[in-house]
Structure formats: C-alpha cells, structure tokens
Design a protein around this ligand. Structure first.
Ligand code: SF4
Length: 679
C-alpha cells in the first residue's frame, strides 16, 4: 500500500497565527500575574485544546467564567456583544481572529452601510458566522440554497451581496449566487472563502480521485474538516473522517487491501496527530509515504470529460479600464468584470488598447467566478461566438455590413475579427497597402462575400462595401443633376475628345471638346487643366447609361457671327491659318478670329485626294471668301480662287507694266525718228 499525504494537511496560517498569539498572551499574562483563557475553543480540535489547557490556556464558554483572566478571541472571532461585555468588565482582550474572518466581516458591514442586504452562505450556529452576524442589522444566513432563495423572495427589490463562510466550498456559494441571479434578484457576489481552505479543498478533490480510499483527520466541530470529508466522499471512495488515530479503523483499512491511501487533515489538526496516522499506516506495511507531487507525476490527471455545456449569460456594459493584459467593464454586476486579453479576441498580436477605450460599449459572456481571486471573469470571444455566426449568416444573406477589427496580417490578406475569424484578401481591402501589418488593430466595415459553413469562417470585403456605398452615393448625387442646371465642377481628366468634370462625389460629366468654347478648340488642354474649377451647364442626361453631357460654351455669350464676319467681303482675299484638317476640307482661322471652311474641292485646281496632301496645320494661306452665312456663321473659303485671283492680279500687273514699257519704247522710237529726220 502506498500512502499519499496531502501537502496542505494540517494547520492553516490563521490557526497557526491564533496559536502563536494565544501562547504569547499566556506568557504575558503570567508574567503580569494574571491568567489567560480562550472564549470558546481556540481552534476546533479537542487534542489541541487539551494541549493548550496543559500550557495554561483553558477554554471558557462565558465571560463570567474568566475570573479576571485575559481573554483570547479565537481564530473564528466573536460577537460584538461579547467584546462590549468584556470591555465593561474591564477584561483585557487579545484578538486572534483570523484576518480572513475580519475581511468577511468588513465586506458585510460595508455593504449594509451602503443600504444593501447581506446574504451569508454558511452555518449560522458557527461562531465565525454568529460573530459576523452580530455586526449586521438584518442579514440572510443559511447554508441551504432553498432557504436563502425563500428569504430573498420575501425581500425582492433589495440589493443583495452574497458572501461565504470562510470555510465554505466556493462552487456551492457561487451556485447560490447564480440561483439568486436566475431568480431575477439584483445580486453580486464577493469571494470570502479563505485561500487556505480553497487550496485544501482542491487538493483533497484531486487526491481522492487518484487513491482507493481517503482518511480525513480533524475534529467533528471543525467546519473545514467536514467540508473535506464531503469533498472526499463525493469522489465515491471510502472516506474515514477521524479526530485522531484512536478513531481510525486500522484493521478495516488493512483488510480492505487498498493499493493507494490518501490522507488529508483540517486546518486545526496539529501535525503530531497527522504523523501518528501516517505512522500507523506505515506499520501496516505501507511501502512508501508519497507526496502529492510524486503522486501526480506517477498518475497524471486524466483529461476530464468535456463538462456539460452551461448556458452562458451574455451581458452588455461599458469599458471602465484598459490595460495591456485585460479590459475591465461595468456590466451591472456590482464589481467590474475582468476580460483577459486572450478573451477579447482570438488574435495574440492585438493589445486591448487597440480594441477598446474606456467608455466603449462591450458585450461579454459571464464566466466562472474565481473565488480565490475574488474576480468575476468574462469573455468577449465567447459572447461573440454565441452571436457572431448567426450575425454573419444574416449579414451574408441580407448583404448588410458588419464591423470588425483587423487582428492579423497573413499571406495575401488580413484576418478580421467578426466574433468569428474572417479572411479579407489584400485585393478586397479597398486601398493599396504596402505593409499589411500596419493596419492591424484597425476597425473596418466589411461585407461578407463567402461563408465557410464547416469551418465557421467567412471571406469578407471592405472594397465591395466601398464600391456599393460609392454607387449608392453616386445614384443619390446623380439625381441632383438636372438638365439646364449650372454647376461648379472640377476638371478630373482631360482626353483628346473632351474633359471629364467631377460634379459631385462619384458623379462625372463629359465636357466635349466642341462644347468648351464657341471658338474652335483643337485639344481641351489648350484651355483646361486637370484640377481646374469650372462652371458648366448640364445639357443632357442619359439616365439609362448614367451619362451626363456638359457645356461651358453655352454659359458664354454666343458670338454673333455677323460681328465676326461683318468685315469680310464676299470675294475678298484674306490671310489665314490652317487650324484643322478634315477629310472634306480645311478649317482656316482668319484674322479677327472668324473661321471658315475651305472645301477640298476649293484647295487647288488640281485634284486633291486629301487636304493633308497639300496643307498642314499652322500653315499660312491666302483665301478668298466665297460666301458668309450670317445666320449660322459659316464662311466658305477658297484657296484656289484666291490663288487664281493672285495670279490674275500678277498677270494684270505684269501686262500693265509691259504695256507701259512697250508704249515708252515706241514713243521713244518715234521721238528718236522725228529727231533724226530734222537732222
Ligand atoms: S481556515 Fe482560513 S479562515 Fe479559518 S483560520 Fe484558517 S486561514 Fe483563517
């Protein structure tokens, strides 16, 4: 048989402290010629009480029995009435109350002072609880859940604080708290189970699962020993609760032939008594006394079967504090709940401060209460898991957007925390990002574009949403544009055929080159620059194709062709510049700005296939005005007739000058002849 002794067995710090204080008090009292006594047993162990009596520290049950001796208040404390009475009797009181008991008392008194009602889960007859209760007006005290629920029901509307006797089983107390909450009471819980008790209970639970039988050593009046007995018994293993070796059925244990035997002891069980029991087991032939650590190495704890899934309570509140490790939030539980970093998001690389700031709203699932630390934990990840899949599914079906946080940069995209893990390809982010890690921690609105049913994941796109929103905005803005309205716009892009003018976000119109000016414009860049503000008039809207036609020239005064052409004489010859060549002719700008067309047939007497063959843009030419249409400003010109005219004029000039030359010569000859006849 192997014997395993629990490491936590024996005196707790509170009991050890009380014994030290009492022994000290005895020494002092004797030195001053007085005696010393404890009011009730110092600790719940008869052997220890007898031992203390032998050391000069008897136990009395009434102050009247003290006979002037100093009074030591035991580790579980005493009532306010007793202390007042002792003071009135002039007795010297030495307080050995355990600090954990005082802590319970303080929490209870403070709560009542704030107008709340205290619920203590504990034995009202136990001196610890009767002592604490003596400081309270009207607490509910019971170790029976139904009784507490009944008491609370008759006081509905009051604000309850659930506290525990220091030696209670924390899980039981939390169960009472949850039952009160489920019944709709305004209730919070603060852990007052002492850490030593909790540790001892935990170890007993683990040990009893690994051995064939348990021995729990402690007095029958010791509340914490009784709890250990309950816990060990709950494992289904035979459990022997004994005050000392004399109560132990050693023969029965031997006959049972246990292979492994576990031993633990209550907080008030002296080491000597524990050693006696261990030795007796060794005498039975126990091979070795093992420690818990050795046992756990030998028999590692099996993975527990998955616990029955509890329905988590999801609550919403406000963030009150953000640290690098957690977020605290007020979700109406009295004290703030703690949401550890790893329960905020599934990403390890995001800090709480990147997700939340004080004052932000947060929805969490309440998790188990950590009685040891007196902390109510909560999980956003679990709250999200409850709601996120359905929400993502709904968003996918309806096309509505979801908000999430980019929590990780991965190959070819980023991971977005939507409560569930969603992947967003880099191409769907909506803007070009060189280093995706720079946007980790950024909040983002996305559209669910694909659902991965099996993996409970999704593919999302911010770009799809941006495009949809742009289209919606464009549609809205498009409806503001009316034919005939005059708008301010910005030249967004210049093309050879015109310029795109931005009128409203997402709404552009085309200003065709022919609509820029009444004067001919070869290329829009001659008069416009990108980014330039312009005033334009809407001249046509194609609703079906979403196209808008604009004009600048219609806002300018229409040139009166008459004015431009008024000085032109039909048949007159003018200088001009070729400004555009078309297959059917050439446009010539005349001095003064008027433009006319030289039809291809009017370029030359010879056949011209294409105006480009004989003319070039910018070339200076002489033209003859064939006709001027003052109604539409069209001017017909002719290069060949201008050339004919020029040729003819040259010829006439020549002929004229030749005739003069000829006339002079004949006259001269006649004169010469006459002059020579006279000789
Ligand atoms: S069991 Fe806990 S509360 Fe009781 S005396 Fe020991 S330390 Fe104090």
């Amino acid at each position: 048989m192997k014997v395993i002794l629990a490491e936590s067995a024996g005196f707790c710090a509170g009991v050890r402290r009380a014994v030290d204080i009492a022994v000290d008090a005895v020494g002092k009292a004797e030195a001053e010629g007085r005696g010393c006594a404890t009011l009730g047993p110092l600790i719940h162990n008869d052997d220890m009480i007898r031992s203390l009596e032998r050391q000069g520290l008897p136990s009395v049950s009434e102050l009247s029995e003290t006979a002037g001796r100093d009074i030591v208040v035991p580790s579980h404390g005493t009532s306010s009435g007793v202390l007042k009475e002792a003071a009135s009797m002039g007795l010297r009181v030495v307080d050995a109350t355990c600090p954990h008991v005082n802590r319970l008392k303080k929490k209870a008194v403070d709560w009542e002072a704030g107008g709340g009602t205290v619920v203590i889960v504990g034995d009202r007859r136990h001196p610890e609880i009767s002592g604490v209760a003596s400081y309270l007006r009207d607490p509910i005290i019971s170790d029976d859940q139904e009784e507490i629920l009944k008491g609370a029901a008759s006081r509905r509307g009051e604000r309850f604080l659930v506290l525990a006797q220091t030696t209670q089983v924390a899980e039981f107390v939390i169960g009472v708290f949850e039952a009160l909450r489920a019944a709709g009471h305004d209730v919070i819980y603060k852990n007052t189970v002492c850490p030593a008790t909790k540790e001892r209970q935990e170890e007993t639970r683990r040990l009893s699962c690994k051995v064939d039988a348990m021995i729990v050593i402690g007095g029958p009046k010791s509340a914490n020993t009784r709890r250990l007995e309950e816990i060990a018994g709950a494992s289904g293993k035979p459990t022997y609760r004994v005050a000392n070796l004399s109560e132990l059925d050693v023969k029965g244990i031997k006959d049972a032939g246990y292979d492994k035997l576990g031993i633990t002891a209550g907080a008030s069980t002296p080491d000597g008594i524990i050693k006696e029991v261990v030795k007796a087991m060794a005498d039975l032939g126990a091979e070795k006394e093992m420690t818990m650590a050795e046992l756990e190495q030998l028999y590692p704890e099996k993975k527990e079967a998955a616990p029955v899934k509890k329905e988590l309570q999801v609550v919403t509140g406000k963030v009150t504090l953000v640290t690098d490790d957690e977020v605290l939030a007020d979700v109406g539980q009295g004290a703030d709940v703690h949401v550890p970093k790893d329960q905020l998001t599934f990403s390890k690389s995001v800090l709480p401060g990147q997700l939340f700031q004080p004052g932000d709203e947060i929805t969490v699932a309440l998790e188990d209460f950590d009685a040891q630390k007196d902390v109510q934990y909560a999980s956003k990840v679990k709250a999200d898991a409850i709601t996120s899949w359905e929400r993502a599914k709904g968003a996918f079906e309806s096309g509505s957007p979801l908000e999430g946080v980019i929590v990780e940069a991965v190959k070819a995209g980023v991971v977005v925390d939507l409560g569930l893990r969603a992947f967003m390809p880099a191409s769907q982010i909506g803007k070009r990002i060189e280093d995706l890690s720079t946007i980790v921690g950024t909040k983002v609105r996305v559209k669910v574009v694909e659902l991965e049913e099996n993996r409970k994941g999704a593919v999302v796109s911010a770009r799809a949403l941006l495009e949809e929103e742009a289209a919606r905005q464009r549609e809205e803005n498009f409806s503001k544009v009316q034919v005939g309205s005059v708008l301010q716009g910005v030249v967004r892009k210049i093309m050879p055929f015109g310029a795109f003018i931005n009128l409203f976000p997402g709404v552009d119109g085309l200003l065709h080159v022919s609509e820029i000016s009444w004067q001919r414009v070869g290329n829009p860049s001659e008069v416009l620059n990108e980014g330039m503000n312009v005033e334009i008039k809407v001249i046509a809207i194609d609703d079906a194709r979403g196209k808008i036609s604009l004009s600048m020239k219609q806002l300018a005064e229409k040139p009166r062709f008459k004015t431009m052409a008024v000085d032109l004489d039909e048949g007159g010859i003018y200088s001009g510049t070729v400004v555009k060549l078309m297959s059917f002719g050439a446009f010539i700008r005349l001095e003064g700005g008027a433009e006319g067309l030289v039809h291809v047939s009017q370029i030359s007497d010879s056949r011209v296939q294409s105006p480009e063959d004989v003319l070039s843009v910018g070339q200076e030419v002489k033209v003859k005005v064939l006709s001027v249409n003052h109604e539409n400003g069209r001017i017909s010109l002719s290069i060949k007739e201008a050339a004919d005219r020029a040729e003819r004029e040259k010829y006439e000039d020549y002929m004229k000058s030749s005739e003069e030359d000829f006339k002079i010569t004949i006259a001269d000859r006649i004169r010469i002849k006459q002059q020579s006849g006279k000789r």
